[in-house]
Design a protein around this ligand. Sequence first.
Ligand code: UDP
Ligand code: MG
Length: 357
Amino acid sequence: MPLMPRHSVVVPVCNEAEVLEAFHARCSSAMRSLGDEYEMVYVDDGSQDGSWEILRSLAQEDPRVCLLRLSRNFGHQIAITAGLESARGETVTTLDADLQDPPEVIAELVAAWRGGADVVCAVRQERRGDPWFKRVSASAFYRLVNRFSDIPLPAQTGDFRLLSRRAVDSLLSMPEQHRYVRGMVAWLGFEVATVGYSREPRAAGTTKYPLSRMLGLASDGIMAFSTLPLRAASWFGLGATGLGLVVGTRVAWEHLAGQQGPSWDRSFLAALILLVAGGQFLTLGILGQYLKRIHTEVRRRPLYLVRDQRGFEEGSARITPGAPDPGPNPGGSGPAGPRGGRRPDWFEPPAGPPGPG
Ligand code: UDP
Ligand code: MG
């Protein structure tokens, strides 16, 4: 087997024990049909349901499987980033483990890459598999983020996409902590191609993206790619000042004209005060959201920590079929990716030879 595979597949996994074996069988068969060398990089994002044990047995049976186990749940976008840092293929395709993204579509993504595209997005033409709430909230999500974003984001694209090696390396050169990967990919530019597909129902298990997480992702998408909320806050301030001037002038005029106090209805004034006070808090909230992100960025913590890894070695050697189980922590756990990805400046690799894995 060549040391560098032609294609890598990155699969973020969070509590997907029910579907992993079926996914691996179907994805492996789709990859084998391409006729090139490939690797499958599974990133276990803090699963609690035995997913890691299943992944380990897959790695023991299949030398093309590489595993990364994060120290806890860091979220889908970080899990994808961890996988991208570890993948070594000339192309890297990211897709979900729940079989909503059909692995057979990878052949079409690869064909578009051969046609010269650096980024090939799989575009959902149908969302048969999603319940109505998911369809409506996802469509509102895309419209909201696109409306705010300074960079046009392709509609109906999630994180099922193929990236060329240069697109992966460029993406990994972007150091931000709040990672809205689909927006970051749009920022890259390069030649983008799209391939339509029908989104299947989840093969088993439940979504790990409830509404609260969707909202978090939407705010990451908006804040990372737009300053419109800040500008909107300034416009609100300008509007409130204008209103204050009009009301103030009217009150002064009535006073000068010798009328008995202002004729304004008290409830109108109360509403006005509430409106302005509410607007101020809203503006503070928007500022807070940006400040929170600045705070996260300046701390410069590693994006994720690795608890365990299989199938990677320093020097990029692969595990061999039937190799003995290398024990609980073969490559040593470290603060970042197994091939020296996002290591912070202070990180020294452990002394001595790498583990037996
Ligand atoms: N996932 C993850 N970490 C998380 C949430 C999700 O790695 O914190 C994985 C999950 O296992 C799946 C993919 O990301 O492979 C997409 O998640 P899900 O299918 O639940 O999202 P949906 O398709 O419902 O939007
Ligand atoms: Mg899904």
